[in-house]
Write a protein that binds this ligand. Structure first.
Ligand code: ATP
Length: 328
């Protein structure tokens, strides 16, 4: 199957000055990952491990202080791969975003303009990207929102007049408007209450099934990944430490960090207290040498403290970065 998007040796992070010192936060460190068409991918890991940064880089959203150090992000367009990180801002904005790839950020208000009615957000995208006139754009927007089960009244509202759940649905509707091949969703429901969360997530998944596009879902909630994703990447301190079919990752986690994440999940009928992972993730402006997980790993060996583990392909679509699996 074609990979619609792939990151190769991607290194990026945040660069800023503190006092006299230049600080670099190594948020995405040598990530290799590919996303095939029509699948739902999950990216999991503790807060601060680089999930949102990876998503921004995959989208080519290079707002300062975020910088790319090396590597590339290739998007499949018209039988060719283009490096999204090396396009001009205008090409990215007018030819790639919304049309080929779209991004649903954590906070809907960062996409919506508070002084614009919702309908203007839709018609602007359609007039700019599809060359539609205003009347056709409005008609198309109406059909689109109704197709997603939203009331047409939403189009007349200003963002602040909508509930948080409705705003997030509007952002999802915008992200799907031009039927992009791949949608990147960053904790799309984390700011919503549980009942609303379910409806918003269902809307996203129903559309993915219908449009057969790829969806990349960032969440720290392993329960959501177990329920909705086909493939899962586990991130720790800026690195993808494990990747595989979601069922396989849950049935037989390979990396000690993945095991710890899964062991901390509650299980029906099991009254034993769940064990959380001791210690805390490293400071990414000064990560530990060798394997970044070694200070918290119950299996840490000498080599783990000194050398970065290689990524090993255990079987097709199943990768782990851990010295326990490396032939030495
Ligand atoms: N604008 C920024 N300036 C400086 N450092 C940043 C910035 N944004 C994120 N970081 C740092 O980059 C690292 C990765 O952050 P990121 O938000 O990508 O993690 P995350 O896994 O998405 O976390 P969360 O689940 O809390 O959203 C963290 O150390 C964070 O403090």
């Amino acid at each position: 199957m074609v990979e619609v998007l792939k990151a190769e040796n991607l290194v990026g992070g945040y660069e800023f000055i503190v006092g006299e010192k230049r600080v670099y936060v190594d948020a995405v460190s040598n990530v290799n990952i590919g996303f095939e068409e029509s699948l739902v991918y999950g990216i999991a890991g503790e807060s601060g491990c680089g999930k949102s940064t990876l998503l921004k880089l995959l989208y080519g959203f290079l707002a300062k202080p975020l910088t790319v150090k090396s590597g590339n992000v290739k998007l499949y367009i018209s039988n060719n791969y283009i490096d999204i990180l090396r396009l001009s801002d205008d090409v990215r904005r007018y030819k790639v975003w919304w049309k080929e790839i779209s991004w649903i950020p954590q906070n809907a208000m960062s996409v919506l303009n508070p002084v614009q009615r919702i309908r203007d957000h839709f018609t602007e995208i359609l007039t700019v990207h599809m060359d539609m006139d205003k009347e056709d754009a409005l008609k198309y927007s109406l059909e689109h929102v109704e197709g997603l089960g939203l009331s047409k009244d939403v189009l007349n509202a200003y963002p602040h007049q909508l509930s948080g759940g409705m705003r997030q649905r509007v952002v999802i509707a915008l992200a799907l408007l031009l039927k992009p091949k791949i949608v990147l969703a960053d904790e799309p429901t984390s700011a919503l209450d549980v009942v609303v969360q379910r409806g918003v997530m269902q809307m996203l998944l129903d559309k993915q099934k219908e449009m057969k596009n790829s969806l990349v879902l960032v969440s720290h909630d392993m329960g959501i990944h177990a329920m909705v994703t086909n493939r899962l990447a586990i991130m720790y301190a800026g690195k993808v430490v494990e990747f595989g079919d979601t069922d396989a990752v849950f049935e037989k986690p390979l990396h000690p960090y993945t095991k710890a994440l899964i062991d901390s999940l509650p299980r029906i009928g099991d009254k034993n207290p769940r064990q959380g992972l001791s210690g805390s993730p490293p400071d990414l402006s000064n990560p530990p040498p060798g394997c970044r997980f070694h200070p918290r790993c119950p299996f840490a060996m000498d080599i783990c403290r000194k050398e970065i583990p290689p990524t090993i392909e255990i079987e097709k679509n199943r990768y782990v970065s851990c010295w326990l699996y490396a032939k030495r």
